[in-house]
Design a protein around this ligand. Structure first.
Ligand code: PEP
Ligand code: MG
Length: 734
């Protein structure tokens, strides 16, 4: 290092030294470049031509992961890690183990130092410490600016014009490129005290009337027919007519304030009372009310909501938070994406954005103060990040990624009408999961056979009160209308735990996932479950109906739920209402205990759907929402596959349908494993259907089954890698 200044290729020298000393076949150095990209700068062992060509975004691949989390990583089997991103130009496929440390200076990651070996070796603590020491020295060398100009990666704050990445959470998926529009509808109130209260009242009434008309126009818009969006706007519309709200403002104006000050005061009062609440429902109401307040203030100021002429053609809206109507104020044909400092996936604006099919990143800290109007922006919903003023080469990469994605979409679209069958003619039932009426449009787009899991709880969660039977009936009936004869499996309410209904309240369970949730609530509050079952029967109105009960842990729970269903069927008959032409009843298999009750369960069900999301968490005692455990237990691990294999073998002779509807069903490698152990029906998010169908159509199921049977009887082996190799050898598209 001391000689570094005089060396021609100091980084090259370092990687050679480290590789020799540590007996590693590969040593590489990646350095951070503008736009949060890690570029391969030096390597011993990987293809030299990959230097300056291989680039990974921070957070991408294992190298990106080390940089993103600023922590070392040591893996005996790196390729089995879910973050592993293969870069063919490096020729790294022959190296199995990997250890890497971030190169850090003053708390900032400047790059990553990595070693790799062919064998699956464990790197001990001492070796990691050695790498960290070398990284420290490297950090000084890099900070001196010999390789990357310090300006290029300087941390930006305030109004700097250098690239910047802001991490948030995904509210809706997808990637978009565009130019920033700062959503700042706030109007500063100039005059607080009024001279003529009567005049102010008149101004207020006119403004409120105008807002009411605006919302009505939105409701009439031809594409606002879908249930949830309409409902959200109607709730919003009700606010405008809310007597309490109107009265409060009138009183304030009556006490001598201007119309503007009265409207703002009324909102400030509510915010002061409720602003600290973490209750998602209350937060939602507050943002509706903020939206409404802003709208009235704009009207009072005589300003249009947004001046379209001055806005770019590819708008990325940046806001603290937003109401649903505010988003719809923007010209939809020019709207590309949305970034919020607050927000949640269930927030009304996110639901509307999903219907418009634009990506949204939420909880992006301080983004309003870090972006200038007109800045070029990438909203990367898939990776929950926002790139501000990205460098040209990054933009090109993202354009290419969007194109590749569109290309893949086109390819999957082409598969839409082709049969979902393997090369050896095994027919696989491919279904999609849905939770909102707007999701149903994907049935046609994807060519799915039906809806394998309709999660009914989402509409319950966005409402302000428990939906009555009529509202539920309307929704289920619409779902079946859109399905147009294709089967839909409705799952009864799976609330409780983390899915809190605002009007039921939190239960304070210490261990919510294993607490009072799903069917347990349904059986303890039978009136609630019966109302839902009644609505399902009425919604079906004589059409076939499939009902699935969640979280069944004992056969008796199914029998009790079934009794409630029978009571509702009898009620319908007594009243001369049509009963379903064909009724199918099934359970979710999510609680491992059910595996040992199959003999007594099977005579009572028409189908079983495996919810691997919950099953995996209960099997491994690992909270599915805990990010520290994410990826720790592989869904392709032999214990889970053996359990599922056991279930398949038990269920098949009974003639009961078995499908898998957890997330794993939508990942091609996992789906391959499921088919190979005998599963013949899968249900997944709509976006996964194309890739899984491509896998199915390239698969010889007989071969895969033989391979899997052999693999599962052997002592535990890394299934993910084994299956990947099998797929590569047999040209299976995964
Ligand atoms: C599951 O548990 O796998 C499942 C599909 O249900 P949810 O994700 O809604 O709990
Ligand atoms: Mg579940």
């Amino acid at each position: 290092m001391a000689r570094a200044e005089s060396m021609e290729d100091p980084l090259g020298e370092v990687v050679r030294l480290v590789a020799n000393e540590m007996v590693a076949e590969v040593c590489s150095i990646y350095l951070l470049r503008a736009g949060e990209v890690l570029e391969l700068f030096a390597t011993q062992g990987l293809n030299p031509s990959a230097v300056h060509r291989t680039r990974l975004r921070v957070g991408e691949g294992l190298v990106g992961d080390i940089a993103a989390h600023n922590r070392p990583l040591s893996l005996a089997d790196a390729q089995a890690h879910p973050q592993y991103a293969y870069r063919p130009e490096t020729g790294e496929e022959i190296y199995h183990s990997l250890a890497g440390v971030p190169i850090v200076r003053a708390g900032r990651v400047l790059g990553v130092l990595v070693v790799q070996n062919r064998t699956r070796r464990h790197y001990d603590e001492e070796e990691i410490e050695t790498l960290q020491t070398i990284a420290m020295v490297l950090a000084e060398l890099i900070a001196a600016g010999h390789f990357v100009s310090p300006n290029e990666v300087q941390q930006v704050d305030g109004l700097g014009l250098l690239p910047l990445r802001v991490d948030g959470v995904q509210l809706t998926p997808g990637v978009a490129i565009g130019h920033a529009v700062l959503h700042e509808p706030r109007i500063s109130i100039q005059k607080v005290v009024a001279e003529d209260a009567g005049q102010e009242l008149k101004r207020f009434e006119e403004a409120a009337h105008g807002v009411r008309e605006d919302v009505d126009r939105m409701l009439e818009a031809h594409d606002m027919q879908s249930g949830e969006q309409r409902e959200i706007l109607e709730t919003f519309r009700m606010f405008v007519d809310d007597r309490g709200w109107l009265e409060r403002i009138r009183e304030a104006i009556g006490s001598g304030l201007t119309a503007e000050a009265g409207v703002q005061r009324s909102f400030d009062d509510v915010r002061a009372r409720l602003g600290q609440s973490t209750d998602p429902y209350i937060r939602e109401r507050l943002s509706d009310l903020q939206d409404l307040t802003n709208r009235v203030l704009l009207r009072l100021a005589g300003r249009a909501v947004a001046d379209p002429a001055s806005l770019p053609d590819d708008m990325i809206i940046i806001a603290r938070d937003m109401g649903p109507a505010e988003l719809l104020d923007y010209d939809r044909t020019r709207l590309r994406g949305l970034v919020l400092e607050e927000g949640s996936a269930m927030s009304h604006v996110a639901i509307v954005a999903r219907a418009l099919d634009i990506p949204v990143v939420g909880r992006a800290p301080d983004v309003l103060s870090r972006v200038e109007p007109g800045d070029s922006i990438v909203v990367d919903g898939d990776n929950a990040q926002v790139l501000v003023r990205p460098a040209d080469d990054i933009l090109q990469t993202i354009h290419a990624a969007i194109e590749a994605r569109d290309e893949r979409r086109r390819k999957y679209m082409a598969l839409r009408d082709l049969p979902s069958a393997t090369r050896d003619q095994a027919r696989i039932s491919l279904n999609m999961n849905a939770g909102l009426l707007i999701d149903m449009q994907h049935l046609d787009e994807t060519g799915a056979d039906g809806v394998g899991l309709y999660r009914t709880e989402i509409p319950f969660m966005v409402r302000s009160e428990f939906p009555d039977v009529d509202a539920q009936t309307w929704l289920y009936s619409r779902v079946l209308d859109v399905a147009d004869g294709r089967p839909v499996t409705f799952r009864t309410l799976d609330v409780g735990g983390d899915k809190v209904l605002p009007y039921v309240g939190a239960f304070g369970d210490d261990n919510p996932a294993m607490g009072w949730r799903a069917i347990r609530i349904g059986l303890d509050r039978p009136a609630m479950l019966r109302r839902q079952l009644r609505a399902l029967i009425q919604g079906a109105s004589g059409r076939p109906l499939s009902v699935m009960f969640p979280m069944i842990a004992e056969v008796s729970e199914l029998l009790s739920a079934r009794r409630l269903l029978d009571l509702e069927l009898e009620r319908a008959k007594r009243r001369g209402q049509p009963v379903p032409e064909r009724l199918r009843v099934g359970v979710m298999f999510e609680v491992p205990a059910l595996a040992w009750q199959l003999d007594s369960l099977l005579p009572h069900v028409d189908f079983i759907s495996v919810g691997t999301n919950d099953l995996l968490q209960f099997l491994y005692a690992a909270d599915r929402g805990n990010t520290r455990l994410a990826g720790r237990y592989d869904s392709l691990s032999p214990p889970l596959l053996r359990l599922l294999h056991f279930v398949v073998e038990k269920v098949r002779p009974a003639g009961v349908e078995l499908s898998v509807c957890g997330e794993m069903a939508g990942r091609p490698v996992e789906a391959l494993a499921l088919l190979a152990i005998g599963v013949r029906a899968l249900s997944m998010s709509p976006g996964a259907i194309g890739p899984v169908k491509a896998m199915i159509r390239s698969l010889d199921l007989n071969e895969a089954t033989g391979f899997m049977n052999a693999a599962l009887t052997q002592p535990d082996r890394p299934m993910r890698e084994t299956l990947r190799l099998f797929a590569a050898d047999h040209s299976i598209e995964i």
